[in-house]
Ligand binder design. Structure first.
Ligand SMILES: [Zn+2]
Length: 307
């Protein structure tokens, strides 16, 4: 894919926030080339805006939180994974509160709505981060590595629970594999933990409609699992949401063993610091005439003036 992509028209999504349990609404607006993904808090004075970049991360406790020093956007990871998974480079996301709707705990509702809305190619080539040498980051038994090769993510988890145990999954990074194999995998938690979170006033919006909940020996959700290895697939979704914070797609092989949001983020900081191991690459444009003949005229009336 050479050209940058945005949405064909605005897309509004409503649901509830996982932690506060209140209604949560966002609208994804198309944006011009080189805007990247940006989030705006519509409900606050001065409408604070932050880029969806690893430098905007202010919290990684059980979710990825973005802000400008203060936390502004909780649980961005599934939406960002969906945007990366379908290849959207540029979008302005207006959010009416602190939480991104949790939907069904997976990225499928986001990817389905994005695909139904459609896309528009922009007359600027995309920039990629291409791996030149392997970069590895390790903390005891957990490690993460990015190396040169065909874009692919391989994840291994090992949970001491009879339903999870050791699971490994690997997918090539393309839209159809993402939508089919990764996007529908739901977030998961353990009943004991859920009770603890609730006593702290968290996960108030959490229910069997938006998370897999595991008891001592069984899944409490009456419909069961969507995939026998839904847990490790969801970890791939989570790491994609975190890798989206690089701001450009990574061209290379990614392997993770026993990761978490905070670990993924520490890897990203390490990767960025290893400047000799990667380069930013823009695919050559063979048809410059075609590029000149394109112009970006927003058919949807443009982004609201102050955004
Ligand atoms: Zn998740």
């Amino acid at each position: 894919m050479v050209w940058q992509k945005t949405l064909a028209r605005p897309l509004t999504i409503t649901g509830i926030g996982l932690h506060q349990g209140r209604p949560a609404t966002l609208t994804v607006f198309p944006a011009a080339a080189n805007t990247g993904i940006r989030l705006v808090r519509e409900d606050l004075p001065h409408r604070p805006q932050v880029p969806a970049l690893y430098t905007s991360v202010v919290g990684t406790a059980r979710n990825t939180t973005l802000g400008d020093g203060q936390p502004l956007f909780f649980t961005v990871e599934h939406l960002l994974a969906a945007l990366l998974g379908v290849g959207v480079d540029n979008a302005l996301i207006l959010v009416e509160g602190p939480e991104i709707p949790i939907m069904d705990g997976s990225a499928a509702p986001f990817t389905e709505r994005l695909l139904a809305t459609g896309f528009r190619l922009l007359p600027e080539p995309r920039t990629y981060l291409v791996m030149r040498r392997p970069v590895e980051y390790r903390e005891g038994e957990r490690w993460m590595r990015a190396s040169p090769g065909q874009p692919r993510i391989t994840y291994t988890i090992d949970f001491p629970h009879p339903l999870i145990g050791r699971q490994r999954y690997s997918i090539p990074l393309n839209t159809s594999a993402f939508c089919r194999e990764i996007a529908p995998a739901r977030t998961f938690g353990f009943l004991k933990e859920v009770e603890q979170l609730r006593s702290q006033g968290l996960a108030l919006g959490g229910s069997l409609d938006n998370a897999l909940v595991l008891g001592e020996e069984q899944v409490l959700n009456p419909e069961g699992l969507r995939f026998p290895d839904e847990f490790v697939r969801h970890k791939i979704l989570d790491v994609m949401g975190d890798l989206a914070l690089l701001g450009v797609p990574l061209l290379g092989r990614v392997e993770v063993v026993r990761g978490s949001h905070d670990f993924h983020l520490r890897f990203i900081h390490h990767l960025i610091s290893q400047e000799e191991s990667w380069r930013l690459w823009v695919p050559p444009i063979y048809n410059r005439k075609l590029r000149r003949s394109w112009s970006f005229t927003p058919a949807w009336g443009g982004v609201p003036a102050q955004a």
